[in-house]
Design a protein around this ligand. Structure first.
Ligand code: S6P
Ligand code: ZN
Length: 193
């Protein structure tokens, strides 16, 4: 029982994704420079990185031990914007322990969750305020902001699950989400052609 905590209560602000109090939360920011090679339009990515390297998303993690039997939770805020015609998105990952699931619950904005398995199955779910997505074990997941305001969602997954980003450092996900005349469209990643 040594690693169990006293019950705790936190504030989650749906408008900003901020979790308080600050001393109970770890914040990680990802800039465009952290996502080299992940956007289709490499030139646009380079130009935007040189012009100020925008912050694409922030993750607020409640300070919970990252091991079983805990449940890790927090929020992700993906900012609105595009690199070329591709919307701001998270890196995306498999859980290192693949037999672990995750739940996302949308607090603000509009997003798509791209999911796929190592066997090549793909799935896409749309999120807006009040909707949840269940990510089963073995499904990689990437979050894309397809709206004009922040896309904010709550997440929860098993402590110790870990993250494997390597699978997406080459070709990326099998689907990409692009702006076609103002509409967010899911298309096959041309790198897989
Ligand atoms: C963790 C969970 C989220 C993501 C976050 C950022 O399992 O899925 O907290 O970590 O949305 O995405 P990424 O792909 O950069 O970790
Ligand atoms: Zn995850």
């Amino acid at each position: 029982m040594g690693d169990l905590l006293r019950p705790l209560r936190l504030d989650i602000f749906p408008e900003t994704g901020f979790i308080g109090p600050e001393q109970a939360t770890q914040v990680t920011g990802r800039h465009l420079s952290d996502m080299r090679g992940m956007y289709q339009d490499g030139r646009a990515a380079e130009a935007m990185t040189a012009a100020g390297d925008p912050l694409l998303y922030q993750v607020y993690n409640a300070d919970i031990p990252d091991e079983p039997p805990h449940i890790l939770f927090g929020t992700t805020v993906v900012y609105p914007g595009k690199v070329g015609s591709e919307y701001f998105m998270t890196k995306g990952h498999y859980h290192a322990i693949e037999r672990t699931a995750e739940v996302y619950y949308c607090l603000k904005g509009r997003g798509m969750i791209l999911m796929e398995t190592r066997a090549g199955d793909v799935a896409v779910q749309h999120l807006e305020r009040g909707k949840a997505v269940y990510i089963p074990p073995g499904w990689a997941h990437r979050s894309v902001n397809v709206g004009s305001e922040e896309f904010v969602f709550f997440f929860a997954y098993p402590g110790g699950a870990g993250h494997d980003y390597e699978a997406f450092e080459g070709l990326g996900f099998r689907n990409v989400v692009v702006d076609r005349e103002g509409r967010a469209v899911v298309v096959a990643n041309p790198r897989f052609a």
